[in-house]
Design a protein around this ligand. Structure first.
Ligand code: DPP
Ligand code: ZN
Length: 853
């Protein structure tokens, strides 16, 4: 196994300007013919080394003549002594029905589909499978007409016909040059929804959504979301769609969320299908955001793509930032910001603290699929957001304009992007580029000083990035810090500080009394802030800041520090029970208008977030401290919770920001109420009366969390209703798998014996095994190591079926750094056992071997 390095990049020795593909689809033997128009780049005598895996080569022709001399290995087909320009024809055979990796061309639930990013095209035919080789595609698909009435590929349909043997064919042509990772093919029988969108310049685009038979009514929200996204990109970034047709196909077997193939997105059906009966508000939200994300890739990813895979954040960080801005505009900016920050604090900080720590632009990769990470995506988006903050929205837009002006149609690097931002704004971003090369979570230590006689406030800020396993040296970063100065009378002013030194002093005059200072408003940088604040100051920020994020963040600090003070980690802040009750009284008595923000502010930090705030993860002690805080909250606020709960109206379901906020608050209140005397009754009542999945699932989650007696009964009822609907049943699987219970492992066995469970379907595996490993922290971290054992053994099996999914789920097993000695030993033993496996995939090998050091 060898790693590739970013600095070893060499431009391709050949380009392939045109590719004509034809597919004769058949379960065991699908015939693929590929005609390449190849051009040598520059003057050299290097051979043409085409990537290929799991292919049966039948014949190669050079300029129409059968070629006998070539070199063939498991990974490549190498042709030597080629002229400067030539045509190469390659005949291969593949077996889509037995392809369980869901990468390349595969058949599942009766349809054929492809997934090529990052390096799946090489499982379809021999090719230069790298993103800096851009070609024009013409694709002809042959298949049985009855079983596969729809034959789809990228671009425009240019011809079609019927054959005598019951087969038909369709020919597609994509006028845009693209890398092969954006190639797609789908063949199957679907329900089809058609609508249209007229672009700002007046072109009419056909929007086509393909879903499983009988599911058409669940596709409306996705189509409506697509139109909103298309409009938004025109209004905010002047970016218009460029083909006459935009297709989205929903499939049940899919490794990722969705894929932005040019003109033919392929989606995991859970990010397409929704109606009020089957989808929660969160599902509606996710669909809107993933539909938008893939659509936005048409410019940031497809029109301008990555030069090499180390640059993945070029398109992903930027596109996540764009979808976050879109979601904020469609709903509540504050609640969206909180959502983004939770992902960073729960998962990205954990990644940075683990052996998998890597910069948003990694330097070394064994298996590219392992780098579709929260770091590349979400920290990547935070880095783009910092540019947006530093340059202002107008300056950012100027940078984007220049980026497209310079690079449309090219495969470029992260540096090219930052350079465009820099050149459009007359600002030096050299130091800012360190964000791309440096891993780890920076820490800002802040001290505040006030001279009452002169009214001068001094903030001394030190920045420090702790070393990570991949890098022992860290440089100071360019960090925008949003600061709010809150006066006693409730007035406030804000500043953005540009932090560039390892230590910086900021002096501000003109205060009559010392203000309360809120730092990192709107989470202006992906960093941790360390400072000693009084309980009083935290309460002031939580109740009076003008920045919704800062309010939430202060409340989270109050909760977290109280929890930590009950564990051996301790806390330097003096948060007492009185602070907690003062916070709750302030929040609940003041009839807060923003119900969604209120819901967030009375929600405790997750265990995952708490772990990232302290040096050690004391499993039992952290859990019981968190539970103790919950009991304190309930015993103090129960009457207020109940009053609020009963004051919230149940209305006929509609996915609107105000209804969503109400349901969010209702279900958070129910989480608390569930463990009181009235709990059983209210939970059951909500479950019975609910006309929508959000309130239904809210009731179940509350019952699970509070260990209500009614839980099992309600769950059986749910299962009876939804047993034929796997996407809905995934919620049921996940609730069972994340439940705290002594016999959780035998329950997991039962779940996997369920009729709807299927080890080959990533959604099922994630909802049972993933939920357990990521979110059942008491079960997974069972003291005797049984949780680790269970996951380790399961992953050995799963790795043989689908390495990509196995490698995702191995993540919690690699994050042993903060645990106690006993657990570390047990976890590592599991990792060693995995590593002992002879045919371990590169995917799992890379993560496991790194985490064993
Ligand atoms: N489809 C994945 C995404 O959009 C990978 N490109 O993030
Ligand atoms: Zn993406």
């Amino acid at each position: 196994v060898t790693a590739k390095r970013r600095l070893d990049y060499q431009p391709p020795a050949y380009q392939i300007h045109d590719i004509e593909l034809s597919f004769n689809l058949d379960d065991e033997v699908t015939k693929v013919k590929s005609l390449l128009h190849v051009f040598k780049q520059g003057d050299h005598d290097q051979p043409l080394k085409l990537d290929g895996e799991n292919l049966t080569l039948i014949e190669v022709k050079l300029n129409g003549k059968s070629l006998q001399q070539y070199e063939l290995t498991d990974e490549a087909l190498t042709l030597s002594n080629l002229p400067d320009e030539c045509f190469i024809e390659i005949y291969t055979e593949i077996d889509p029905a037995s392809n369980k990796t869901l990468e390349g061309l595969y058949k599942a639930s009766g349809s054929y589909c492809t997934q090529c990013e990052a390096e799946g095209f090489r499982k379809i035919t021999y090719f230069l499978d790298r993103p800096d080789v851009l070609s024009k595609y013409t694709v002809t698909i042959y298949a049985d007409k009855k079983r596969y009435p729809y034959l789809l590929s990228n671009g425009n349909k240019i011809d079609s016909g019927d054959l005598e043997d019951g087969k038909h064919w369709v020919k597609w042509q994509d006028p845009f040059f693209k890398p092969c990772y954006l190639f797609a093919l789908v063949a199957g029988d679907f329900d089809k929804l058609t609508q249209s969108f007229t672009t700002s310049s007046g072109r009419k685009v056909a929007l086509e959504l393909y879903v499983d038979k009988g599911m058409a009514h669940r596709g409306e929200h996705a189509l409506a979301s697509l139109k909103k996204a298309m409009k938004w990109d025109e209004v905010v970034f002047d970016l218009e769609y460029d083909l006459d047709i935009y297709m989205v196909v929903a499939v049940d077997f899919f490794n990722m969320g969705a894929m932005e193939n040019k003109g033919l997105n392929v989606f995991n059906s859970k990010y397409v299908l929704a109606d009020s009966q089957t989808a929660t508000d969160e599902d509606y939200f996710n669909i809107e955001s993933v539909i938008a994300h893939e659509y936005f890739h048409n410019w940031t990813g497809n029109r301008v793509t990555c030069r090499d895979w180390f640059q993945l954040s070029l398109k992903e960080g930027l596109t996540v930032f764009r979808d976050q801005q879109f979601s904020a505009d469609m709903g509540s900016p504050v609640v969206n910001r909180i959502k983004n920050v939770k992902v960073i604090r729960e998962h990205q900080f954990a990644e940075d603290a683990s052996a998998m720590a890597h910069p948003i632009r990694p330097d070394e990769v064994i298996e590219m699929n392992n780098f579709y990470t929260v770091t590349v995506y979400d920290k990547g988006a935070e880095v783009i957001r910092m540019l947006h903050t530093l340059l202002t929205p107008a300056g950012f837009k100027r940078g984007i304009d220049l980026y497209f002006k310079r690079h449309d149609g090219q495969a470029v690097t992260c540096d090219d992007f930052v350079n465009a931002m820099q050149d459009a704004n007359s600002i030096n971003l050299d130091q800012f580029k360190v964000w791309y090369e440096q891993s780890g979570t920076p820490e800002l230590t802040v001290e505040q000083d006030f001279a009452a006689d002169t009214g001068t406030l001094t903030l001394t800020i030190q920045q420090h990035t702790p070393v990570t396993l991949d890098q022992s040296q860290k440089k100071p970063l360019y960090i925008p810090v949003r600061v709010e100065y809150l006066a006693n009378d409730g007035s406030s002013t804000t500043d953005i500080i540009h932090l560039t030194q390892s230590q910086q002093k900021l002096v501000r005059d003109g205060f009559d009394v010392e203000p309360t200072v809120a730092l990192l408003g709107d989470f202006s940088a992906p960093v941790k802030v360390i400072r000693t604040l009084s309980a009083e100051s935290l309460l002031t920020i939580a109740l009076h800041s003008n920045d919704g994020f800062s309010r939430w963040d202060a409340a989270q600090t109050i909760y977290s520090q109280f929890i930590h003070s009950l564990t051996p980690n301790g806390s330097t802040l003096a948060i007492t029970q009185e602070t907690i009750t003062a916070l709750l009284d302030g929040l609940l008595e003041s009839a807060m208008e923003d119900q969604a923000l209120l819901a967030e502010m009375i929600t405790l930090p997750s265990v995952e977030t708490l772990v990232q705030q302290v040096p050690k993860y004391y499993v039992e002690s952290l859990h019981s401290a968190r539970e103790k805080l919950e009991r304190i909250i309930i015993s103090h606020a129960q009457p207020m919770f109940e009053k609020q709960y009963h004051g919230l109206a149940f209305t006929n379901y509609d996915y609107t920001p105000s209804q969503t906020a109400t349901r969010k608050l209702r279900n958070q209140l129910l989480m608390y109420i569930a463990s009181t005397e009235q709990g059983e009754e209210l939970v059951t009542q909500q479950f019975m009366q609910s006309d929508n999945m959000t309130d239904t699932l809210g009731a179940l989650k509350a019952a699970q969390h509070a260990k209500c007696k009614c839980f099992d009964k309600l769950m059986s009822q749910f299962e009876e209703t939804w047993r034929a609907d796997p996407i809905v049943l995934d919620k049921w699987f996940a609730l069972h798998a994340s439940r705290q219970s002594e016999d959780i492992l035998s329950r997991l066995d039962l779940l996997m014996g369920h009729q709807q469970f299927n080890h080959e379907n990533p959604n099922r595996v994630r909802s049972v095994i993933g939920s357990f490993a990521f979110f059942n922290s008491t079960g997974f971290h069972a003291k005797d190591g049984s949780g680790y054992r269970y996951i380790g053994q399961y992953l050995q099996k799963l790795d043989k079926i689908n390495p990509q999914v196995a490698s995702r789920i191995v993540t919690p097993l690699t994050q042993w750094q903060k645990l106690d000695e006993e657990r570390i030993v047990k976890m590592k033993a599991e990792l060693v056992r995995l590593l002992d496996n002879k045919d371990l995939s590169n995917d799992v090998y890379e993560k496991v071997s790194k985490s064993l050091g």
